[in-house]
Design a protein around this ligand. Structure first.
Ligand code: SF4
Length: 876
């Protein structure tokens, strides 16, 4: 049986066709009819069927460590919240939600807290993702309304990709841009990024600006457009306000290109080229993402970009507009329902008495919140200060992802009531919960999501829930009923919630709010199930959705005109100093997603990058005496991080480093990058400055290094300063290091791995190798040896799949020389499992193009995520 659904990872929102047999998703492929991806999936999407199954799932409700019945768990949560509210008031409780939730889940959570409990202490991990883009749109357009659609990327003649490694983070949009460029030789692409990333593969120009100078670049561009008479005066006069001030300020701050070049640390000629391209191209899309948003100037960055589009009238037209791309699959759905602490619902504001009255009448409540609640960073500080005493975290892992993540752990440890609903049993945040509620995961959930182009798509259930898992909307509704709000939360199916959400969007709207899907309020179950992807607004006037907004020049501000915002670029809040001289940038890698709670379930997605790493410039590395693949320690006033050095030349600016955002305590000893990020936030959006922490960098010089391979992942963390786990098909591989010598390795191994039937050992002064077998099966093998000497582990990995390790194999086990399997090197093409060694050999044999490599090895011929790396290997 085949069912269509959507991918649960990034904000592209690709359509997926899932093949189901015997209650299993046996295969997934891209849905050719879905307008986001037209049949393509990236490597994460195409491995979705590998991250399912009951293993690692939270299968039962748990209260204080004991499995309980649902009724008891729900009662515990409802009673806990009721008691806290009674004793300390409604602002003493909070929800922390996630862009992974479906719109129906989000709607219900928001309705309960803001509508009935009477507090706006509802925030979401989308605060870390795109709240600055939201604030920027609202300041300029009077509404959180993305004006563009994906098709604009194909119709543009200039695309500026800024603050986004789209090749890895929004791969299908990257491929659409790449295909558009191949089709249209006039299309120019400019990448604005302090790092040279895989996205630069399609760039005509890479602007490698100094970190956190985006608003200077775009304010400088506005000044250039004004000074050289490239303005659209008619558009400015008819449809905007505030231009004179914004212009005067831009010209004063950046009177010439030289001043912009100085601020951004860029070559003048490169800037001139960029400014001229912008000035002389009518169809311009600025595609921006977390690099722009995760900044203490995030909102100003957004407005600096939007100002340039308004000044040239490049908005609401085909192939033009400021296009913010969301990181998560349903960040946009959360924005629609009011999932942020400063929003009410359906694009209505908490500080508007009319809106509060309207929503109260619609929901039948006289207790609607009237002022903003705690935003993410403030929320966890309020918990530590004892102001918030009960928190419910849904589908997210703030103990890893939030800035100052150790403070988050501290706050949750002392919070009297921590409820976590999640589909996974082992996350850093679940470990801190008093109450764990098993939620359905992708393939079980049923509802809707909205992608970056405002397109609402169905995410359909494919399989029955694992164990006792329940949908989030059901869990929240059941708690709401037990808190006394029975009537307002009596839903039997998510389509009833969607209808209500659609009805609220149109309630007393009359064109005053951008978000309006009232045309969908009469869906019945059948039509909800059959709902085709469509872009809001969906109204009487636009029954099939709306591709672009603001074509008529009408905005949602009080005057109906778009607003120029005067932007004063300023330095980041966190400044390097003698003790912490490096700027740490953070981000995603190609094959992992968020804090690995899902992608960490398949070994395939670890083959591209096995361990946490620190990418740094070669000259910095030389100065610090750090060599490729050695361990590096990062340190600042908050925490430490240990990862492996990846040394690059000009890809990384001097004085700046990059670390991945994904590793958590289940996969590495000290690689939660959030622990190092200081909690500095944008004053308008509250979005943390996640791309600009300051740290010290030094070599980590271990007394010994080694590796370990075990049948099962270890329950407890190893007592070593550095360990990193790499899931394998039938085993877990650990890389180890410690700065303390272990005198008696044998006793250490016995202590760590316990009793076994057969002990094998090969020890001398320089190395120690041991293995343990139970019966005929290999349980573990440990090798103390420097990282650089570790051989291919493939042969050993395969021994764990065998029921019996024979005598020959045992003989070779500790020398690892039984290996007849070739080491593939780093896996470059995850789809076809093609490693760097085979690619290098093929290039040596004369394959000098992507096509030639694809024909020989198939690499790069499926999802295309590896193409930039293949090009790099080809020297292109
Ligand atoms: S680009 Fe990849 S991760 Fe993003 S939605 Fe599409 S398949 Fe999923």
């Amino acid at each position: 049986m085949q069912t269509t659904t959507t991918c649960p990872y990034c904000g592209v929102g690709c359509g997926v066709k899932a093949e189901i047999a015997d209650d299993c998703v046996v295969a997934v492929k891209g849905n050719e009819e879905h307008p986001a991806n037209f049949g393509r999936l990236c490597v994460k999407g195409s491995s979705l069927n590998e991250v399912l199954g009951a293993e690692g799932r939270l299968l039962n409700p748990v209260v204080d460590g004991e499995i309980v019945e649902w009724d008891s768990a729900l009662e515990t949560v409802a009673e806990g919240f009721k008691r806290t509210i009674m004793e300390h008031g409604p602002d003493s409780v909070a929800f922390y939600l996630s862009g992974q939730l479906l719109t129906e889940d989000y709607y219900i959570a928001n309705k309960l807290m803001k509508g009935f409990v009477g507090t706006a202490n509802v925030d979401t991990n989308s605060r870390l993702c795109m709240s600055s883009a939201v604030a920027g749109y609202k300041r300029a357009f009077g509404a959180d309304a993305v004006p563009c659609c994906y098709e604009d990327l194909e119709l543009a003649e200039l695309i500026i990709i800024t603050g986004s490694n789209a090749a890895w983070n929004h791969p299908i949009l990257f491929q659409r841009m790449k295909a558009a460029k191949a089709k249209n030789p006039n299309l120019k692409i400019v990448v604005v990024d302090p790092r040279r990333t895989a996205t630069c593969d399609i760039a005509d120009l890479h602007i490698q600006l100094k970190a956190e100078t985006d608003s200077s670049l775009f304010t400088g561009l506005l000044s250039y457009l004004a000074r050289h008479d490239y303005l659209n005066y008619e558009y400015i006069a008819n449809f905007t306000e505030g231009f004179a001030d914004a212009r005067a300020n831009a010209e004063l701050t950046f009177p010439d290109v030289d001043s912009v070049a100085k601020a951004c640390d860029l070559p003048i000629m490169q800037l001139r080229t960029f400014f001229e391209w912008y000035a002389k191209t009518e169809k311009v899309v600025t595609f921006y993402s977390q690099g722009v948003n995760q900044s203490a100037s995030g909102t100003d960055n957004s407005n600096a970009i939007i100002n340039c589009h308004l000044a040239t009238g490049r908005l609401g037209k085909e192939g033009a507009g400021p296009f913010s791309i969301t990181g998560q699959p349903n960040a946009m759905g959360g924005r629609e329902v009011g999932g942020l602490a400063n929003q009410l619902a359906a694009h209505m504001e908490l500080n508007s008495p009319e809106a509060v009255d309207r929503v109260g009448r619609f929901w039948g409540s006289d207790n609607v919140a009237t002022s903003a609640g705690y935003k993410a960073v403030d929320l966890f500080e309020a918990i530590e200060e004892g102001k918030v005493k009960a928190i419910w975290i849904m589908g997210t892992n703030p103990a890893v992802s939030l800035p100052n993540a150790d403070q988050v752990v501290r706050s949750l440890k002392q919070c009297p009531l921590v409820v976590v609903s999640d589909c996974m049993a082992h996350t850093d945040t679940v470990a801190l919960a008093n109450v764990c509620l098993p939620a359905t995961g992708w393939s079980e959930k049923n509802g809707t999501v909205t992608n970056s182009e405002r397109r609402i798509s169905r995410q359909r259930s494919l399989l029955p829930p694992s164990g006792e898992a329940k949908p989030d909307w059901w869990i929240i509704s059941e708690v709401a009923k037990r808190m006394g709000y029975e009537q307002a939360f009596s839903y039997d199916h998510p389509y009833e919630i969607f209808k209500e959400h659609a009805e609220l969007s149109g309630f007393e709207n009359n064109g005053s709010r951008a978000f309006d899907i009232s045309q969908l309020q009469d869906l019945d179950l059948k039509s909800y199930d059959a709902l085709k992807p469509q872009q809001w607004p969906v109204t009487d006037a636009a029954p099939y959705g709306t591709a672009r907004l603001f074509a008529d020049g009408k905005f949602f501000t009080p005057s109906g005109k778009a607003q120029f915002i005067t932007v004063d670029p300023h330095d980041p809040l966190q400044q390097p100093c003698d003790e912490m001289p490096f700027v740490m940038n953070t981000g995603r890698i190609r094959d992992q997603w968020h804090t690995m709670t899902h992608t960490g379930r398949t070994s395939r997605l670890f083959q591209h990058r096995e361990e946490p790493f620190v990418e740094l410039n070669r000259e910095d590395a030389e100065k610090l005496n750090i060599k490729e693949s050695e361990l590096v320690k990062l340190k600042n006033i908050q925490a430490e991080y240990i990862g492996r050095a990846r040394i690059v030349d000009t890809d990384q600016r001097r004085g700046e480093i990059f670390v991945p955002m994904h590793w958590n305590k289940q996969f590495s000893a000290k690689a939660r990058m959030g622990a190092l990020v200081q909690p500095a936030v944008d004053p308008f959006s509250g979005q943390p400055e996640g791309k600009h922490a300051v740290v010290n960098v030094e070599p980590y010089n271990p007394a010994w290094e080694g590796w370990l391979i075990t049948r099962e992942p270890l329950d407890d963390a190893l007592p070593v300063e550095y360990w990193s786990r790499v899931p394998k098909e039938s085993a877990s591989l650990y890389y180890l290091a410690d700065s303390n010598k272990i005198e008696d390795m044998r006793s250490w191994c016995q202590e760590q791995f316990g009793e076994i039937d057969i002990w094998l050992e090969d020890a001398n002064q320089n190395s120690f190798r041991a293995a343990g077998l139970n019966g005929e099966q290999l349980e573990w093998a440990f090798f103390r040896m420097p990282y650089g000497q570790i051989p291919s582990t493939l042969w050993l990995e395969q021994l764990f799949a065998e029921t019996e390790v024979n005598m020959d194999q045992r003989r070779f086990l500790l020398s690892v020389t039984g290996c007849e399997l070739e080491d593939p090197g780093e896996i470059i093409c995850s789809c076809y499992q093609v490693g760097s060694h085979a690619i290098e050999d093929a290039i040596q044999q004369g394959c000098n193009s992507l096509d030639a490599l694809g024909n020989k090895l198939k690499c790069g011929t499926n999802c295309g995520s590896c193409i930039p790396e293949l090009n790099g290997m080809l020297g292109k």
